[in-house]
Design a protein around this ligand. Structure first.
Ligand SMILES: NC(=O)c1ccc[n+]([C@@H]2O[C@H](COP(=O)([O-])OP(=O)(O)OC[C@H]3O[C@@H](n4cnc5c(N)ncnc54)[C@H](O)[C@@H]3O)[C@@H](O)[C@H]2O)c1
Length: 438
């Protein structure tokens, strides 16, 4: 909890953004920031760069940019670091990912080529489809965590950074369920020494971040920092954390449309979602164990928005199916189809079809930027532990134990903006508006 109008430390000096995984999302993020800094493009899709926030009454006409309300790090003060299991620098990785045009990449080639990934903590068992050479070795998982802690300290010193944030944009790991090992800091640390299989590489990065006081945002659906041991460590070390799984593409559409259907009390018989995707993420998700992690993250959204237990006449037993098919010719340009079977007045049936020809990493890159900047802000504002106000960015928002996640994108945005108003000492906006008619 922070007080209204809390003192937020200014964003002085350099902010190091440590990316786990230097693939399609990360390189699109880094190249985009470099292009935006040079005025080659606008930061479209980024709330921190383009979003405004209404303050006070509607008649006050006060709608500053978010970045003018709260002290966010400037793009010119960002320094990137990364880990990846492949040796490719960010220029080669971006070229391989095939998201951005050669022409744009060539104009920022110097910055990209200078970003070389540090050796990763990786184990084949968690991402079976990938085989990389740029991988750390150690006698147990605790030793690997210590190597990451050293990497973090070295990066900070060498790049003269005031502050750091870490964003997980590496491959989705196999499905793991929370167990005893994840219950306490002690059981987790013992398991690190024992190299317990319940500790996935992403948890080792998250642990290293918590020990180093570095905020951690999880862009993939793996558990990572979403276990009691690490949320406790985050609280204890006063570090903000958030996740899971960037909300782009099909789930973005779902959390825009479902609240609209529910607001009109229209019923749902079924929602069938399928995708074709041809990038490395699609290849990893082609493995059933990795897809299971993604599926869990994608499926929970509708249940929470529609609340079948509150509206059994409208939403009891609707069928919800999500598929992802690896189809190389499309690369990063995912096509997602939704067939939505709804019903209205007197039970009459209707259908909605969506064909979203999106670009996965173009949608994800601005989310990675916003998360890095907001997590840094949160830390300077003295916020720690789970940052539920950043649910806006995630398919499976991390929440306090026992609290159901808020998936409705409009509620998520209101929550985010009200948090910023609260931080800046402004009145919250309830949209009641009766005072205009007094
Ligand atoms: N693009 C989107 O719209 C989107 C949306 C939601 C979530 N995500 C998630 O974001 C992640 C990144 O997506 P992407 O399209 O960039 O994938 P990608 O396959 O292009 O990049 C992932 C990179 O992570 C590396 N990697 C794997 N395990 C690692 C480890 N333990 N340590 C360091 N590096 C490791 C891989 O070598 C690869 O270069 C995926 O988990 C994906 O599911 C993406």
């Amino acid at each position: 909890m922070i007080e209204k109008g809390t003192e937020v430390a200014p964003a002085n000096g350099k902010l190091g953004v440590l990316l786990v995984g230097l693939g399609a999302v990360s390189t699109t993020f880094v190249a985009g920031v470099e292009a935006i800094k040079r005025g080659m493009a606008a930061p479209v899709g980024s709330l921190t760069q383009m979003g405004t926030i209404r303050l006070g009454k509607r008649t006050d006409n006060r709608s500053p940019r978010i970045k003018d309300l709260v002290p966010l790090a400037d793009l010119n003060d960002i320094v990137f670091g990364a880990w990846d299991i492949f040796h490719d620098n960010a220029f080669d990785a971006a070229t391989n990912a095939g998201v951005l045009e050669k022409d744009l990449l060539n104009q920022v080639s110097e910055q990209l080529a200078g970003l070389k990934p540090m050796p990763a903590v990786f184990e084949q068992n968690y991402v079976k489809r990938l085989h990389g050479e740029n991988v750390k070795t150690g006698k147990n998982k605790m030793e690997l965590a210590e190597q990451l802690i050293d990497d973090i300290a070295r990066f900070k010193a060498e790049n003269n950074c005031e502050r750091l944030v870490m964003v997980w944009a590496a491959s989705t790991e196999i499905f793991l369920e929370e167990s005893e090992v994840h219950a306490t800091i002690e059981s987790f640390e013992k398991a690190l020494y024992d190299s317990d299989p319940a500790i996935a590489p992403s948890m080792i990065y998250a642990y290293a971040a918590m020990k180093s006081g570095v905020p951690f945002a999880n862009g993939a659906p793996n558990l990572s920092v979403d276990i009691p041991a690490l949320t406790k460590l985050a609280e204890q070390n006063r570090v903000p954390i958030c996740g899971k799984d960037f909300k782009t593409g099909q789930t973005l559409m779902k959390t825009i449309i479902a609240p609209g259907l529910k607001s009109r009390m229209l019923g749902l018989d079924g929602w069938y979602s399928t995708n074709i995707l041809g990038n490395r993420d699609g290849e990893v998700l082609d493995d059933p164990e990795n897809f299971k992690t993604k599926e869990e993250s994608k499926l929970s959204v509708l249940e929470h928005i529609l609340q079948p237990e509150v509206h059994p006449d409208l939403y009891d037993n609707f069928s919800h199916v999500v598929r992802i098919n690896y189809y190389p010719p499309r690369g990063d340009n995912k096509e997602g189809w939704d067939a939505i079977d709804i019903f209205g007045w007197l039970g009459y049936k209707m259908q909605i079809k969506i064909d979203f020809m999106c670009r996965d990493s173009i949608l994800a890159a601005p989310l990675a930027l916003d998360l890095a900047l907001f997590m840094d802000l949160a830390q300077r504002a003295g916020m720690r532990g789970i940052q539920e106000w950043l649910s806006f960015y995630f398919k499976a928002p991390q929440t306090a134990p026992g609290l159901y996640p808020e998936h409705d994108i409009f509620i998520q945005l209101m929550k985010l903006k009200n948090t910023l108003r609260h931080m800046a000492g402004e009145d919250l906006i309830t949209h009641l508006g009766l005072e205009y008619y007094d």
